[in-house]
Design a protein around this ligand. Structure first.
Ligand code: RFL
Ligand code: PHB
Length: 393
């Protein structure tokens, strides 16, 4: 087979890149090692930046998001029982975030993919990128016991943190930066009305909690747990009990509990590789960087990587601007590092580090400092709604 761009990974990064390229007439094939049903079963992000919404519009896939997604102008931060409202829209000159599940975004993108008629292979085994330093890269994989080869111009590594693309880059090329936190997030999804219209980020003596949602009737809650905690130890009752314990009193009283639709633990880490490209292989999204979810940035950074590569490849094919290819990593990493820093900062300020050290007191003081005036809250708000995408000239 032959295509212009071989895309490895059918998560939001791979699907969105494929859709944007297809609309520019740039041919692409998507490969994933699991089934579409498996991908849609993963419950992940929920807070979408405006830049991402605009990109979904450009891709022609924002219709349901605009209809069903909730626009949020505020976010609450509750510290030891006291609420602090961050008025995102006032503080940022009119910006907001959209609450719309990653699962729904993936669904919309998969539907659009099917309509576009472009090829996708799911449950593809042994996917391997080859010869990315040459001008004739190719990808091999197996499907139903048969070997396949895709010759292409470029390879997009959209295959997440555990994917093959980053790992196929020879040793010594990449520098890895990593921090693992001593806790994870235990998340629970339920068909219960959310405790509050706005999201509430909670700092309590027992640790962090987050009240989020997917719609007016579906809630997503998280509580911080030690890294070695097992989900089997958490019955739904135990989860609700602990959550109530951490919420401000009025919210605890309002909380409607119910059976979990999904419950899982995600470890928290910050991770970045530099550079995000090797020859004709480009890394996007979780394949190149992971952030702790406290700033709601993971999926949004994936979208900004897609934006950069999409604009570069469009200029390459339409205007012959091959000079831009070498700049992908540099442009992308500038925004990635801002997201990594913001996510690290929010994580530090809001979590319990189980250490009772001077750092804990300093983290408390820092949070109180940044919540104390509009001028300081603006610093948080500007980053939460998302920094602008860089122009590619
Ligand atoms: P994905 O979604 O992991 O997709 C990668 C795809 O690649 C496939 N794959 C392979 N295919 C072929 N061959 C191989 N060898 C392969 N290896 C892997 C996989 O099957 C998969 O289908 O990466 P992508 O597209 O870069 O998307 C990244 C986002 O999923 C991630 O950043 C966000 O979910 C992070 N995140 C959040 N981000 C936000 O912006 N806002 C949020 O509110 C937010 N909340 C969250 C989150 C992540 C969480 N968890 C579980 C880590 C909340 C949580 C709890
Ligand atoms: C979510 O709804 O899953 C969510 C929202 C905000 C975050 C992280 C996760 O910061």
């Amino acid at each position: 087979m032959k295509t212009q761009v071989a895309i490895i990974g059918s998560g939001p990064s791979g699907l969105l890149l494929g859709q944007l390229l297809s609309r520019q007439g740039i041919d692409n094939i998507i490969l994933d090692r699991v089934s579409p049903e498996y991908i849609l079963g993963r419950i992940r992000a929920g807070v979408i930046e405006q830049g991402f919404v605009e990109l979904m519009k450009e891709a022609g896939v924002a219709e349901r998001m605009l209809r069903e997604g909730e626009i949020h102008h505020e976010v609450e931060i509750a510290v030891h029982g006291a609420y602090h409202t961050i008025n995102l829209t006032e503080l940022t000159g009119g910006k907001s975030v959209t609450v719309y599940g990653q699962t729904e975004i993936t669904h919309d993108l998969m539907d659009a993919r099917e309509e576009s008629g472009q090829l996708s292979y799911y449950e593809a085994e042994n996917v391997v990128p080859h010869d990315m330093k040459s001008d004739k890269p190719y990808v091999t994989f197996e499907k139903d016991g048969e070997e396949h080869r895709i010759d292409c111009d470029y390879i997009a590594g959209c295959d997440g943190f555990h994917g093959v693309c980053r790992q196929s880059i020879p040793a010594g090329v990449l520098t890895e930066y990593e921090r693992v936190y001593p806790f994870g997030w235990l998340g629970l999804l339920s068909d219960t009305p959310p405790v509050n219209f706005e999201l509430i980020y909670v700092k309590s003596d027992e640790g962090f909690a987050l009240c989020s949602k997917r719609s007016a009737s579906r809630s997503r809650y998280y509580i911080q747990v030690p890294l070695d905690e097992k989900v089997e130890n958490w019955s739904d009752d135990r989860f609700w009990e602990e959550l109530k314990h951490r919420l401000p009193e009025d919210a605890a009283q309002r909380l409607v509990t119910g059976p979990s639709l999904e419950k899982s633990i995600a470890p928290l880490r910050s991770f970045v590789v530099e550079p995000m490209q090797h020859g004709r292989l480009f890394l996007l999204g979780d394949a190149a960087h992971i952030v702790p979810p406290t700033g709601a940035k993971g999926l949004n950074l994936a979208a900004s990587d897609v934006n950069t590569l999409y604009r570069i490849l469009t200029k390459v094919y339409k205007e012959g601007r091959t000079d831009l290819l070498a700049r992908y990593s540099e442009i992308t990493l500038r925004r990635v590092w801002h997201g990594v820093r913001f996510s690290w900062w929010m994580t530090n300020m809001l979590h319990h580090f189980y250490s009772d050290s001077i750092e804990d007191k300093i983290r408390d003081s820092e949070l109180n400092f940044f919540l104390a005036s509009d001028h300081r809250r603006r610093i948080l708000a500007e980053q939460y709604v998302g920094l602008p995408y860089e122009d590619i000239a």
